[in-house]
Design a protein around this ligand. Structure first.
Ligand code: GZL
Length: 317
């Protein structure tokens, strides 16, 4: 049911009419299923839509921007009422977002941001990605307590806002601490398999005994790296400290087992706040803030990670 048809028919105003959630149709352009966190976000988004009686059109882009742009154009052609977009990279969205704007279809960004004028989207529901990197960096500063530490970094998808911002935050936190140095940094594309492959190359290039810590932009790359560290005959979490982001169940398990040291939680429920904002917008034209920030929480070995693992393991990761 195309909301705007109802509105145009009324010819009264473009303000949405109340109680539209029940027959809203929303297109969701998801990046892919590159990580456990991404799988959980997809699961939760479908649950949130179903609980609201929303007809969710789901498109998996397999981490390709051109597939996301095709999906958005398809949603526009279908006349959906709104679009959820998790943008794989930050640039290249202006044209298709203008097409959605011209079609009067509001777009809400999930978990990543875009380099585009903010009138091209209704709001962005994300964590503070720079802060996440800073928390990871500060944890390492405190953990090494002045000792020299040569760091290797597994970056997220090149050109994505989390890869850019988590790197910035981490570097901000370790700047001014000359005992900490990033000696290798390369993308692992947020996947376990690439995290393992790139960590193997770091170990070969640097020698495991010369690496003090790994900073991975997400837990999945860290879990892949843990396998590589073990295969090199080293003890992850001890010989090489490991800090990452997402707080997926397997990260909590690794911390509980002493094979990882810290992770920063990213909620997979970006859709709840997004759909709340859309419902308010359609009900009475309420304009949400341009950024709806989700919380970040540091987990270390001081936390009961086994209990958190048990709580999270059936949530769709
Ligand atoms: C960050 C999100 C990232 C996750 C990864 O907001 O976009 O994408 O940290 C996922 O697990 O691939």
């Amino acid at each position: 049911m195309k909301l705007r048809t109802t509105l145009l028919a009324s010819a009264v105003s473009l303000l949405p009419v109340a109680g539209m959630a029940a027959d809203m149709t929303i297109g969701f352009s998801q990046i892919g299923s590159e990580s456990g966190w991404r799988a959980a976000e997809t699961t939760v988004t479908k649950q949130e839509a179903e609980s609201r009686g929303i007809d969710l059109k789901f498109a998996d882009a397999q981490q390709k921007q051109e597939n996301q742009i095709k999906a958005l154009r398809s949603f526009i052609a279908q006349g959906v009422d709104a679009i959820l977009l998790a943008p794989v990279v930050a640039t290249g969205w202006d044209q298709v977002l203008e097409e959605a704007q011209d079609a009067e279809i509001p777009v809400v960004l999930l978990d990543r941001t875009v380099d585009a004028a903010d009138d091209l989207y209704l709001t962005a529901v994300t964590s503070d990605l720079v802060h996440e990197g800073s928390v990871a960096g500060q944890w390492l500063v405190d953990e090494v307590a002045g000792e020299d530490c040569r760091i290797v970094e597994l970056q997220g998808t090149t050109g994505s806002s989390p890869a850019i911002d988590r790197k910035t935050g981490f570097e901000n936190a370790i700047s001014g601490h000359d005992n900490l140095e990033i000696v290798r940094s390369q993308t692992g594309d947020f996947t376990r398999s690439q995290g393992k492959v790139v960590m193997e190359s770091f170990l070969k290039a640097e020698g495991g005994e010369n690496i003090c810590a790994l900073y991975a932009h997400n837990d999945d790359m860290a879990v892949g790296a843990i396998q590589a560290i073990k295969e090199a005959g080293l003890n992850p979490g001890e010989d090489i400290l490991i800090v990452a982001i997402d707080a997926v169940p397997d990260a909590h398990l690794a911390i509980a087992q002493g094979e990882m040291n810290a992770t920063i939680e990213l909620t997979p429920n970006m859709a709840g706040p997004a759909l709340d904002a859309l419902e308010a917008y359609f009900a009475d034209g309420t304009m949400p803030p341009k950024w709806i920030q989700t919380e970040s929480k540091l987990y270390t070995a001081d936390d009961d990670n086994q209990a958190v693992y048990e709580m999270k393991k059936d949530l769709g990761y």
